[in-house]
Design a protein around this ligand. Sequence first.
Ligand code: NAD
Ligand code: ZN
Length: 364
Amino acid sequence: RELMVNLGERSYPIRIGSGLLARAGEQLLQAGLSVKSPLLVVSDDAVAPLYLDGLLEQLRSSGFRAASCIVPAGEPSKSLARFEEIMTKALEHGLDRKSAIVALGGGVVGDLAGYAAASYMRGIRFVQMPTTILAHDSSVGGKVAVNHPMAKNIIGAFHQPSLVLYDLDTLKTLPRREVSSGLAEVVKHGLIRDATFVDWCIDNAERLLALDAEALGYALYKGCAVKADIVSSDETEQGVRAILNLGHTIGHALEAVAGYNELHHGEAISIGMIGSAMLGVQLGAPQEVYLRTREALGKAGLPVSLPEHFDTDRIMEAMMHDKKFGEGKMVFIVPTAIGEVEIRQDIRQQWVRDIVERLKREAS
Ligand code: NAD
Ligand code: ZN
């Protein structure tokens, strides 16, 4: 399957299928990369032992010179320290203006490598080879970033890849928890744009959890299609792109409070989307919005309530620090129906506080 992200001169294809890494060299040549300029593949220490050697060998057999940089798996690698390490590797290996940095891994590697590509020599080419389900979201759209100890994704850029190569075979080794976490963003794309796809996700949840290749291919295609369409109409988030943040205002606050360990990204935004659905119903959406949201996320193996030990004050404080927090009132993406959301600028802090409390009550 193939999709295009339409951004004029910066348009690029998303290829989804089996066996794509085994043809990576040819794909890079097609995307306009030259064997004259060295590549740097960035990966993490969980993904690299599985797929890096095969990829490097493949690239070399197509005539590319390719070096690699391996960072520890996990969110802490989205740091300026790792960014600097990549810069050092890029200089050591003589990457030039026509080189590319390749991200082989999940959203952490994609965001980090992408920010490195955006910065090295004021921007070189970038290729995404996502290996998690979640990365169907992070690999499309060009948002790249590292974290500051005080705030997530706060040091970043918009830098579109030249190609997204999504090899479904790599997903077979994903731990179960990462499968569910990734499905949260898949369901999110349905919730904001496509009610039929939400139904499909509910009906096919078991196949998705079992990593059925056909079901996964379709789900990732649909998820990427929604993302690509929204990004194409608002590349730098001046307006409509903000709807992709459904569940993220609460979700990011939960991740911050939990220290990024207890809750994975998809789990945090799952709880956040339940909160947004509660808010939607409170503001007039049909009860079905809450029930279907809960069903879709629950069937994907995701948490739909907040563990009681989470401190409401700390969550509210973390939300104030979040960059999506406007002046006085809160900006929130609120569902109006399944497959439809609106951007509300008038959400009172007290309403959100009540929702956080309710998310905890649902746990008992
Ligand atoms: P991740 O990259 O940390 O991957 C999750 C875990 O799975 C890691 O331990 C990784 O080593 C392991 N893993 C990855 N692929 C594997 C495979 N094929 N087999 C076995 N193990 C594998 O996390 P993620 O969930 O992919 O991404 C989360 C990150 O994405 C967050 O930092 C989030 O902020 C970012 N994100 C960015 C955007 C964006 O638009 N740029 C959108 C959504 C999320
Ligand atoms: Zn997300």
